[in-house]
Ligand binder design. Structure first.
Ligand code: AMP
Length: 467
């Protein structure tokens, strides 16, 4: 099937050709004709499948008819994070180049005044995170009664972040006679319930998980001991051994992200970090450095795992094996994008065996084990250390005897495994709960109240503009 068979306008077909797309992806082939026929859709698909264009392209044709009115957006796209919202906005800008549609982006972390001004001019497409939208709605700056097309994107991620009640409330503010498109990588019961309540006779479209189907990603497991020192030594060996153009290294906790980045920099690597505790401006700056190649290693928490579309990421390293198999799929999906090849290494401690088994069950792929390069660090009994010179000796509370020797090839460093974990391992969150956010370990970084990690904020962010 070609794009010409999907019912898109000639202008859009030109845009698609200009974008270099020859054939529609499976989700595009299934969704575009149905969206154009005004049907509700449930799309079980994740980033990397071309799902954004599957709703943006037909929306552009639908919205080409009609005019926007002040404070009454004609369509609404809900995204869980500012980054994803900004990425969808970029897609509208790209695909809408031959149309005159106005768009506004409502996301946390940027001035509300400019967003209100944009809304007052009237917009065809409003792209928002639920928190900021509810805020502006509460202040009376926005009316959703003219919104006849709703897209709920990354619904399972919305569930993870505790946004379902806000989405339910938003749905009740829109006209009942509307078209609703819901996209989700998985369909846990709360999302199914949401769909049953707010969608009408939806067409169900399911496409293969890109990561499980993506043969371009070479997946490898490196067994390591639970010692953080050992893990860092193994990681550095891999970084030096591999031809790393640029890499994202995922950790389960923000503390680990910070400590690992510090350690990598001390060992001469050009690395940066991204996690949900950072200010918006800092996150953007770090990502820009990574995109520009000023740093070629980005140490990240799971907020960077979904949706990030950076070309040419050669490697993903899971410094910590993810707690949930879905997160593994999202993390490794940052490499091997757009037909390129990529490599994903996961450092696996004996305690991670169950997680790995779940990942292999989900992806249906047995991950190859590779041996570590050098002899693992051998734990030894704590040794008496001569007191450090007065100035260098750490404060009493921080002082710990060195518990493990480092690898023979590396200078010893402090073992962060000796730092009490912020949350016991047993507190591992379960999937599919009512609000999984409540179960998450305190430091597991899912973005939470600040709506997650943010990518670069495009120039058009502050104002409505014509695309
Ligand atoms: P998405 O799943 O929407 O995040 O898209 C993933 C990537 O696929 C983006 O970089 C898109 O530009 C690209 N893409 C979308 N549709 C197509 C297509 N039909 N052919 C080739 N690449 C595409």
């Amino acid at each position: 099937m070609s794009f010409a068979d999907l019912g898109l306008s000639d202008e859009l077909l030109r845009t698609v050709t200009d974008a270099g797309y020859t054939d529609p992806t499976p989700i595009q082939a299934s969704a575009i004709p149905s969206v154009l026929m005004m049907r509700d859709i449930i799309g079980i698909a994740q980033t990397g499948t071309g799902k954004t264009a599957s709703f943006v392209l037909p929306m552009i044709d639908i919205l080409a008819q009609g005019r926007s009115r002040a404070r009454m957006p004609r369509s609404l796209i809900l995204e869980p994070t500012r980054e994803l919202a900004a990425q969808v906005a970029e897609n509208f800008e790209k695909y809408g180049a031959n149309h005159k549609l106005s768009m506004a982006l409502l996301i946390g972390g940027v001035s509300m005044g400019d967003q209100i001004k944009a809304l007052e001019k009237g917009v065809d497409v409003l792209i928002a995170t639920p928190g900021r939208l509810m805020d502006l709605f509460g202040r009376g700056n926005i009316l959703l009664t003219g919104c006849s097309l709703l897209v709920i994107d990354e619904a399972d991620r919305m569930l993870d972040m505790g946004f379902i009640p806000a989405i339910e409330e938003i749905c009740t503010k829109l006209p009942t006679a509307r078209q609703t498109l819901l996209f989700s990588a998985t369909m846990p019961p709360p999302i199914k319930k949401l769909a049953d309540r707010f969608l009408s006779n939806p067409k169900m479209i399911e496409v293969a998980r890109p990561a499980s189907a993506n043969v371009n990603i070479k997946q490898l497991i490196v067994p390591v001991s639970a010692s953080a020192v050992d893990k860092r030594v193994r990681l550095r060996e891999l970084l030096r051994r591999e031809e790393v153009t640029n890499a994202i290294i995922f950790c389960n906790r923000k503390t680990t992200v910070r400590e690992l980045n510090k350690s990598l920099r001390q060992h001469g690597f050009k690395s940066g970090e991204i996690h949900g505790d950072m200010e918006q401006a800092q996150r953007i700056a770090e990502l820009d450095l990574f995109k520009a190649g000023t740093v070629n290693i980005l140490v990240a928490s799971d907020v960077a795992a979904r949706g990030l579309d950076i070309k040419g990421v050669s490697h993903v390293f899971n410094f910590d094996a993810p707690w949930h198999p879905d997160d593994y799929v999202h993390r490794i999906g940052r490499t091997g994008r757009a037909g390129a090849t990529g490599t994903a290494y996961t450092l696996v401690t004996p305690a991670d065996a169950e997680n790995i088994a779940e990942i292999e069950k989900l992806t249906g792929h047995k991950i190859e084990r590779v041996e570590a390069v050098s002899t693992p660090a051998v734990p030894r009994a704590p040794v008496e250390e001569a007191p450090a010179p007065r100035r260098e000796r750490p404060a009493r509370a921080e002082y710990r005897p060195r518990a493990e020797a480092a690898s023979p090839v590396e200078a010893p460093e402090r073992d962060e495994a000796s730092i009490p974990a912020e949350q016991p391992r047993a507190a591992r969150p379960e999937r599919g709960g009512r609000d999984r956010n409540q179960d998450r370990p305190r430091d597991q970084d899912q973005g939470g109240a600040d709506e997650g990690w943010n990518g670069p904020v495009p120039d058009f962010l502050h104002v409505a503009f014509t695309v």
